[in-house]
Structure formats: C-alpha cells, structure tokens
Design a protein around this ligand. Structure first.
Ligand SMILES: [Mg+2]
Length: 246
C-alpha cells in the first residue's frame, strides 16, 4: 500500500512529511507488546464453568461485564479489580449463597492471572530495538501498578524505554500531561478508545495495531481520514511506516 503524506511542513531545505519529525514513540503494553486479554478470557471461562450450576454462560458473561463497568471507576483497570468483580457477580447470581470453596477458587484464579509469565507478541523485541535507534521510546500503560511493573521487568524490554508511565486512565488529559510536544509523538497501541482517539485529540500521531481479541470496554469507531492516524496489521510494519514506505 502506498503511503500518503497527509500533512507536510516546509523547512529551509524543502517540504517534509511530518512523520519524519517524530522524536518519540509511545507504546501501549497489554496486547500491543505482550499477551493480556487472552489470559483474562481464559480466567473468565473458568469463572463461567465454576458458576455453571447456578446460571448459563451467556448470562454470567453479561453480568460480569456489567459488574466490571460499574466498578471500573472505583477499582481501576487490572486483575485485582477483575477478581473483585468476579466475586461480586458470583454473590449476585447465587443470591449470596455461593460456596466458600468457589470464592477460594476465584481468588486463586486471580492470583494465577497475576503470576502468569509474560509472553511477548511476535516481532516486538526486534522492532522496538530497531526503532529505538532513531526515536526515544516511552511506555504508557494502565492497570495495577505492581503488576504492570512486574510485567515490564519480566518482558526484558525495560532498557529500551526512556520513561514509563503507569496510569489509571488514558484520557486526553493523561496524554497532555505526559507528552510535552504531542505533534512529535506517535502512540502505538491496540485500543482505539485508550491509545488512539485521545492521542489524536491532543495533537499527537497514533498508530493502531489491532489485536485479534478486543475487550468490550475498549471498543470505539475508527477515525475517518484523520491526517495523523495510521493502522498497521502487526508491529513488524512499524519501521516501514516510520520510513514512509508502508
Ligand atoms: Mg492494550
């Protein structure tokens, strides 16, 4: 696919595509650099199995999602809030009669999720190493502070990032605070709602790398012909995109 430069600036040596002026690449972590949603979904399947004597699978999934939505403002994003929401849903669907052994198992499954080894997505290490030669790399992720710190340490990618931001929300105000010069930053991530739209809103560039599973609470429409929006199918395409040849 031929790359079109939608936004150009005139410098003393001539016209350049603004992508060439990017100094910083900011990366989302979960499902952009390493697997995350896959493990949440496996834990959710185990939850549904555990509660299957009390309710059917579809209803359990819908009620759990409702509980998560209701709690996200209080618990924030991450495994601990998810575990509490599973317990709350289990109590709700059994009218408070859920056996203690089931609660024990939900807690154990939550702990397993926290302890799960980090699995990098294909091409991540090579790509980040390559793009770090020309750009400063920043990590912007939300979730439980301790868990995100542990995952970054286990990923072996820590040394590639000049700075790391573990935030509770990814809103325009968050990015305004983190990016001093948004027009020189490109955010790369798998969530349209958290990684792309708010970054475009504050004047940054944003490249969407969809992951095959999307958490319902992260869905949003793709921007239409936005000059600073890009989409690639795998992170391996990022160096070409930055060279303007993708
Ligand atoms: Mg993500």
């Amino acid at each position: 696919m031929a790359h079109t430069c939608h936004e150009k600036r005139v410098l003393h040596r001539g016209e350049i595509c603004v992508v060439d002026r990017l100094t910083t690449l900011a990366f989302d972590a979960d499902d952009t650099l390493w697997h995350n949603e896959t493990f949440f979904q496996l834990t959710q399947e185990r939850f549904v199995e555990l509660l299957s004597p009390h309710n059917d699978a579809e209803d359990l999934q819908a009620r759990l999602l409702e509980t998560e939505k209701r709690n996200i403002g209080r618990y924030g994003f991450g495994v601990k809030g998810f575990t509490l929401s599973m317990i709350e849903t289990a109590l709700e669907v059994t009218n408070g009669q859920v056996p203690g052994a089931v609660i024990q198992e939900i807690l154990a499954n939550g702990r397993d999720l926290l302890a799960h080894p980090v699995e990098l997505l294909p091409g991540v290490k090579e790509t980040l190493t390559e793009v770090s030669e020309q750009h400063r790399l920043t990590l912007v992720t939300k979730g439980d502070l301790l868990h995100q710190e542990e995952k970054l340490a286990a990923s072996g990618l820590g040394d590639l990032f000049s700075d790391v931001h573990i935030v509770s929300q990814k809103e325009p105000a968050t990015y305004r605070r983190i990016f001093e010069t948004p027009d020189r930053v490109m955010m790369v991530g798998n969530s349209m709602k958290s990684d792309i739209l708010p970054v475009l809103e504050v004047g940054g560039w944003a490249t969407f790398v969809p992951f095959h599973i999307e958490w319902e609470l992260e869905r949003a429409d793709t921007p239409n012909n936005h000059p600073r929006f890009r989409q690639i199918s795998t992170i391996r395409e990022l160096p070409d995109l930055l060279r303007g040849s993708a």
